[in-house]
Design a protein around this ligand. Structure first.
Ligand code: HSE
Length: 339
């Protein structure tokens, strides 16, 4: 098959999309040889840079830290930017807006209207606009994919979509927020909450506003996203019963671990008598429970289905590369299944 070159653009240029750019560079040969695909970066947009379009292409070195784009490349709106950068694939990784998913929902809509596949690491649009964006993608013969939105790119959405046809999901539970898990692990080891949060920020897993992690919002949005997509019921994050880890004291966390029942920020969802109930809250789990072994940035989820009584995925020590990988995998899926 002849190699096809896709124009790609990044919307949001923080940790995730920067790492994705490095990963795309690293995998350039493999993408070419195994999947007959090549890419050219024609646009980057962020709060700091503005709407930068470069139809002739940009490379990773050009846009390294501290880069100041020439005014000829700056556009005034997303529409002008899309019109000049003409992406075939738009990678969106802007900050989470729990309340309504904006402005990411508008960005993804504009990307699809323009005729690009949209690949997003953002959970906000999944809970606030999954049906609308999926329908729009279908109309345009494009894909809206978001594997990186939950569990850092481990295959969850694609697992159900591609490998578990006709399976009915009854319930799931697990640990889905890395930052609070890093904090609890750090506090168990004698650090303060603040020092442990600093560790999570250093690793790059904390949200731009870390109170979203600490208060359980990030986890609640992930739970809502999983319910919305995998259980087929639009479920606003506000419907998730939510309690963060802010009310736990360091002593309580250390004593719980010493007593063999450590605290974890546990996510749960279950369909019962036709109704879905969901929660995110600190729970003391028995030391024998696999959740007790999940430390640092690791996460775990167990799915209860009509066919598999319990199917568990554990992800050990993911970093921002695994999130970026989720987007890379979506890129390959999108262009290989293009209508
Ligand atoms: N803030 C999130 C976490 C990032 O800590 O899990 C990954 O979604």
């Amino acid at each position: 098959m002849p190699t096809r070159t896709y124009r790609i653009c990044f919307l949001g240029f923080g940790n995730v999309n920067r790492t994705l750019l490095r990963l795309l560079e690293q995998k350039r040969g493999e993408l070419n040889e195994r999947y007959d695909l090549a890419w050219q970066l024609t646009g980057v947009a962020s709060r700091r840079l503005g709407w930068i379009a470069a139809p002739q292409g940009l490379d990773a070195e050009t846009i390294a830290d501290g880069w100041k784009p020439g005014s000829a490349n700056v556009r005034n709106s997303i529409e002008d930017w899309l019109g000049d950068a003409r992406p075939d694939v738009l990678f969106e990784a802007t900050s989470l807006n729990v309340a309504n998913g904006q402005p990411a929902v508008d960005y993804l809509r504009a990307g699809l209207e323009h005729g690009a596949h949209v690949i997003s690491a953002n959970k906000g649009p999944v809970v606030h606009a999954f049906r609308e964006l999926t329908a729009l993608a279908g109309q345009k013969g494009k894909r809206y994919l978001f594997e990186a939105a939950v569990m850092d790119g481990a295959p969850i959405f694609s697992l159900f979509r591609e490998n578990l046809p006709a399976v009915e999901l009854h319930a799931f539970y697990g640990i889905l927020n890395s930052t609070t898990n890093v904090i609890l692990t750090g506090v168990e080891q004698g650090l303060s909450f603040r020092q442990s949060l600093g560790k999570a920020q250093e690793i790059g897993v904390a949200e731009t506003d870390p109170s979203h992690d600490v208060e359980g919002w990030d986890a609640a949005v992930k739970v809502a996203a999983l319910i919305t997509v995998l259980m087929g019921e639009p479920f606003p994050p506000q419907r998730v019963e939510r309690e963060g880890i802010g009310s736990l004291t360091g002593d309580a966390v250390r004593q719980a671990r010493a007593g063999g029942r450590p605290y974890k920020l546990v996510c749960r969802a279950r369909r019962s008598a036709g109704r879905i109930i969901a929660s995110v809250k600190p729970e003391q789990v028995p030391a024998t429970d696999p959740m007790a072994q999940i430390s640092g940035t690791s996460s775990i989820i167990t799915f209860e289905t009509d066919i598999f009584p319990a199917l568990t995925i554990t992800e050990t020590n993911p970093g921002v590369y695994t999130t970026a990988y989720g987007m890379l995998a979506d890129f390959i899926r999108a262009v290989r299944t293009q209508a």
